[in-house]
Design a binder for this molecule. Sequence first.
Ligand code: ADP
Length: 269
Amino acid sequence: VQFDGVPMFEDDGSYRGMLFLLQDVTDIRRLEVMRSEFVANVSHELKTPIAAVKGFAETLLAGGVKDEDTKRSFLQIILDEGERLNRLIGDILELSKIESKRVPLEYAPVHLKELFDSIFEMLDPAARKKSIVLLQGVPEHLFIEGDEDRLRQIFMNLLSNAISYTLEGGRVKVEAEVLGDGDEAEKVRITVTDTGIGIPKKDLPRIFERFYRVDKARSRSSGGTGLGLSIVKHLTELHRGTIRVESKVGEGSSFIVELPFMQYHDAES
Ligand code: ADP
């Protein structure tokens, strides 16, 4: 608790008394610590690709590399790292906008099956490359109330992670079900399950933290920024939903999203 006292005087200059201000600063302190940790993390994350770009560009400029293939591979690294910087900055800006609630959600009925059809179409090439089967178990007439673009972002992230962290020949599945009964139904549970590498138990509680990765090298090689799940969690919470994860190393992971459900009745019926 912060405790500040200021003496108060009357207009004629005579002493009137003390004014004390008591303020609970734990939240403010916590925010300050989180902010400075975030800045430190961001700087660290940006430094790695910048160092790579500088290093390889300097080597090429020095003219020591004569072999064309080696030159090309250095240029490719510069390009990849540049793209990585772009993604990082995009995700950092996105997260800061979402965290400060500067993203107005445009609520509308969203047809879940159509949403997943369009996401699957986009992820199909990535899945094919690794011979991963994408499966959908979403009921035909299920709508939820939400911002379609933001919901797409949530599930694109979860599904592309599922593909990234699953080995060749694995399976990735989305299922949706209504919890509760009939008119009293309250929630829709959407589960993204993979048969991937899984997440060690000790890492599970931290998986939604910014920049937290189980295996940095693997995340880097899959093009990850370590911010995807933080963005997903915030967007889910903006929709008044929850997200949790269950996982077993070597068997796979399930990300379980629960969102408020609204029953839509046909206007004509
Ligand atoms: P990244 O950009 O590294 O994928 P995320 O925030 O999306 O960052 O995920 C954080 C970390 O959680 C990943 O680096 C990975 O270690 C782990 N992870 C996320 N999804 C899965 C999954 N489906 N299977 C196994 N590990 C996962």
